[in-house]
Design a protein around this ligand. Structure first.
Ligand SMILES: Cc1cc2nc3c(=O)[nH]c(=O)nc-3n(C[C@H](O)[C@H](O)[C@H](O)COP(=O)(O)OP(=O)(O)OC[C@H]3O[C@@H](n4cnc5c(N)ncnc54)[C@H](O)[C@@H]3O)c2cc1C
Length: 389
């Protein structure tokens, strides 16, 4: 089951190269950064040096100019190898906002440095503690004063903020009461976090059940040069929405990688562990949950491939991106359940990596969008049922 579609896979070479790189960062490495809640700097550095994080940046801006399916293959491979791309995946989908909506000057200023690794664009400031999923109710305000904006407010779950040079920030520039549609009046900014730190920007880490380097971020009259506004003022929500299908397809790829890792581990262990005179995998009670998770993973993978193909053809892939993300996260969770159960007590011991991957895989039922919100997207936008919120 290692690579079921390898022969037809246009990214087989990329997978092979990324797998080689990942082999330099085995379970011990991930266990140690997890235990100490460290940022996997060496791994991110190696990925950057290999050019993998600049995969989607066009060649004219110093990147590899690869399609989204190539980025999906890179992230899937990292997870299939037992690692975690949460430390750096955002760069791939945030960059698209600058590429699509940024000015010529912004592209020239930032994209080549992001591609070379000189600058990290890893922080994405959207979620806030009070508004949560109800993004247009966010309270962070950016007020124009001459040639700069003054930002006040707070974000939560801003992952990698301590390890990023730049943040893509969504803030309200016109009060909700003064716009025709609640999605209007929001704007997107590129924040130079290193320059703003201590000058209106405060970052506080949040310790979570897995190592995700996430934080809360406070803005107290933080200044952002007006030239760092992306696109037009007031249209930022659309720009962020634009990138969300790409984000969901990429996160789904990570979940597919997780599912493959869990299934491989569970299959191998079930064949090796002998009890009552036979391998435990001979018992259908052990075999069937693994087989079922495999079937779920393959179905999600097929849908994901359709979504990636539609995205690359420039078609609306909202249905596939949302369903693919939900089904891939479900498949990873089913595979994680089967794996930890197959390992019995050993599944809970750090040294097998199962408990770490189990904790990590759970996140994708909630972030970047929770399962309920995917279901309401399907109900409303795919099935034409009444809007629920
Ligand atoms: C580790 C981690 C990293 C993250 N990284 C980032 C990041 O880098 N940048 C960023 O901006 N955000 C980030 N997030 C935020 C993430 O996108 C949100 O947690 C997620 O979108 C859910 O929002 P919430 O936590 O505010 O939950 P809420 O919106 O408070 O929702 C709580 C629960 O209620 C349910 N719910 C809410 N409304 C409805 C409804 N109308 N119908 C049915 N059910 C509903 C939701 O499905 C959810 O289960 C991260 C989160 C975590 C945990």
């Amino acid at each position: 089951m290692d690579q079921p579609m390898l022969a037809a896979d246009p990214h087989a070479e990329i997978r092979e190269e990324v797998a080689k790189l990942c082999a330099r960062f085995p379970g011990e490495y991930w266990r140690q950064v997890d235990r100490d809640r460290q940022y996997p700097t060496a791994f991110v550095q190696a990925l950057t040096e290999g050019g993998w994080l600049g995969a989607l940046i066009p060649e004219e801006h110093g990147g590899a100019g690869l399609p989204l399916s190539a980025a999906a293959a890179i992230l899937e491979e990292i997870h299939r190898s037992g690692g975690n791309a949460g430390a750096c995946h955002a760069q791939m989908y945030i960059m698209g906002t600058i590429l699509k909506h940024g000015s010529a000057d912004q592209k020239k200023r930032y994209l080549p440095k992001i591609a070379s690794g000189e600058l990290r664009l890893q922080a994405f400031g959207v979620t806030e503690p009070t508004s949560g999923t109800d993004t247009t109710a966010l309270r962070t305000v950016a007020k124009r004063e001459g040639d700069k904006y003054i930002v006040n407010g707070q974000k939560i779950w801003t992952s990698r903020a301590e390890h990023s040079d730049l943040m893509l920030l969504l803030a309200r520039t016109t009060p909700r009461s003064e716009v025709a549609k609640k999605t209007d009046g929001l704007s997107t900014f590129i924040v130079d976090m290193k320059a703003a730190l201590g000058k209106g920007l405060t970052i506080r880490p949040i310790r979570t059940m897995m190592n995700h380097n996430t934080t809360e971020v406070f803005f107290d009259s933080m200044e952002v040069p007006a030239e760092n506004l992306v696109g037009q003022e007031g249209r930022g929500f659309r720009y962020i929405l634009d990138g969300m299908n790409a984000e969901r397809l990429l996160i789904a790829s990570e979940s597919i990688g997780d599912a493959k890792w869990f299934i491989r581990k569970a299959v191998d262990y079930s064949k090796d562990r002998v009890l009552f005179g036979r391998p435990i995998g001979q018992n259908q009670g052990v075999q069937f949950p693994i087989a079922k998770a495999y079937a779920q993973m393959r179905a999600a993978e097929a849908l994901l491939k359709q979504g990636l193909a539609k995205f690359e053809r420039g078609e609306n892939c909202g249905e596939e991106a949302n369903m693919g993300k939900m089904l891939a996260a479900d498949a990873a969770w089913a595979a994680g359940e089967a794996c930890i159960q197959t390992f019995g007590g050993f599944g809970f011991a750090e040294e097998y990596d199962v408990e770490r991957k189990y904790r990590e895989a759970r996140l994708y039922q909630v972030a970047p969008i929770s399962t309920n919100l995917v279901l309401s997207y399907i109900g409303e936008h795919v099935l034409g049922m009444p809007r629920s919120y």
